[in-house]
Design a protein around this ligand. Structure first.
Ligand SMILES: *Cc1c(COP(=O)(O)O)cnc(C)c1O
Length: 362
């Protein structure tokens, strides 16, 4: 690691591969002899279209996305898609099933209710979202237009250990905090989408992967910038796309490819998560609230015996270059976000710090 950089455990925007940042720095003033920064380029230029096409190609390669899916690079964040999803998929008089596994899942459901009939098919809200609820196939409405899930719950630190069986009803997944972190069979999904700022690249880019047979269904009120069919026809360039964020995401994905792609990084991610959960499991000081089966590999949540000690932990860690460990304001405690770009070294250093802090404060 470069000397003056910290280990940044922020939940998003979050740490990015140094190699990608260095390439961006090198290319900042003059991108490959063009005499200008990527930020200054017309999105209609050949040079930029090449960057865009390469970024799409590498994402397709990393996730094995076939031509039967459209890949869109949009704006508006995951939150924009909370509205786009029902507007693109809900038929007149139709309904959708939502699985409420956290604040973002809940927010998506509440937003969707503006646009049609939404049913909460299962929820772990009453249990403080410490697990993914039981998802027997029988709980789903076979006539629903789609089933909505959140594959990793960033705030609470849970992850779907397996995907629900929804038969012929398309599965729509918010993958904002674990896209590209583990191997997913994209063919299991009707739609997979993610805000880029957790595990892909910088903020400002939203990736939407949609099976093409689901296009052409948008409600007439759907704004054009959120209409997947329009955006597919326009190659994500109905209007100006987030050009620089797309370029940066491409550099980050190039780095990921060099780490052995998604399958390669998945092994590292499992190991990184194990390092922290092992400390938590061996400790009588820390408490990890999430049910083991559903523990996130991306966001590790825990508490010390008191809110005062939580705050002391975050402060002391920060002075050792382990920063942004404060839990989300809704749940408090401590959260270590260990996305793809967090090196094993950083996680080892945090694990050592946790042990030391326990000994000193028990
Ligand atoms: C961060 C996050 C969101 C919100 O993303 P924005 O891009 O800020 O709208 C939604 N869902 C999940 C799972 C997230 O982690």
């Amino acid at each position: 690691m470069t000397m003056d950089r910290v280990y940044n455990f922020a939940a998003g925007p979050s740490t990015m591969p140094e190699a990608a940042l260095e390439t961006a720095a090198r290319e900042m003033l003059n991108y490959k002899g063009s005499g200008m920064s990527v930020m200054e380029m017309s999105h209609r230029s050949k040079a930029y279209q090449d960057i865009f096409d390469q970024t799409e190609a590498i994402l397709r390669e990393l996730m094995h996305i076939p031509e039967s899916y459209s890949v869109l690079f949009l704006q508006g964040g995951a939150t924009g898609q909370f509205a786009a999803i029902p507007m693109n998929l809900l038929s007149e008089g139709g309904s959708a099933d939502y699985i409420d596994t956290g604040n973002f899942a809940h927010g998506a459901m509440v937003e969707a209710k503006k646009y049609g009939n939404i049913r909460c098919a299962a929820s772990s809200r009453e249990e403080n979202y410490i697990r993914i609820p039981n998802l027997e196939p029988s709980i789903f409405d076979p006539r629903a237009d789609y089933v909505y899930i959140t594959t990793n719950n960033t705030i609470f630190g849970t992850r779907y250990a397996e995907l629900p069986e929804t038969g012929s009803v398309p599965l729509v997944a918010d993958m904002s905090s674990n896209i590209l972190s583990e191997v997913f069979d994209i063919n299991r999904f009707g739609v997979a989408y993610a805000g880029a700022q957790k595990n892909v690249g910088p903020a400002g880019l939203t990736i939407v992967i949609v099976r093409k047979d689901l296009l052409g269904r948008a409600q007439s009120i759907c704004p054009k910038v959120l209409d997947w069919t329009v955006m597919t026809d326009k190659g994500s360039m109905l209007n100006t796309p987030p050009t620089y964020a797309i370029y940066m995401a491409g550099l980050c994905m190039q780095w990921l490819k060099e780490q052995g792609g998604v399958a390669g990084i998945e092994k590292v991610n499992i190991e990184k998560a194990r390092l922290l959960y092992d400390v938590l499991d061996e400790s009588s000081f820390y408490r990890a609230p999430v049910e083991k089966k559903y523990r996130s590999r991306m966001n590790v949540t825990f508490t010390t015996p008191s809110p005062e000690l939580d705050a002391a932990f975050v402060k002391a860690a920060s002075s050792e270059g382990l920063v942004s460990l404060k839990g989300h304001r809704l749940v408090g405690g401590i959260r270590a976000s260990i996305y793809n770009a967090m090196p094993v070294e950083g996680v080892k250093k945090l694990a050592e710090f946790m042990k030391k802090f326990e000994v000193e404060n028990k």
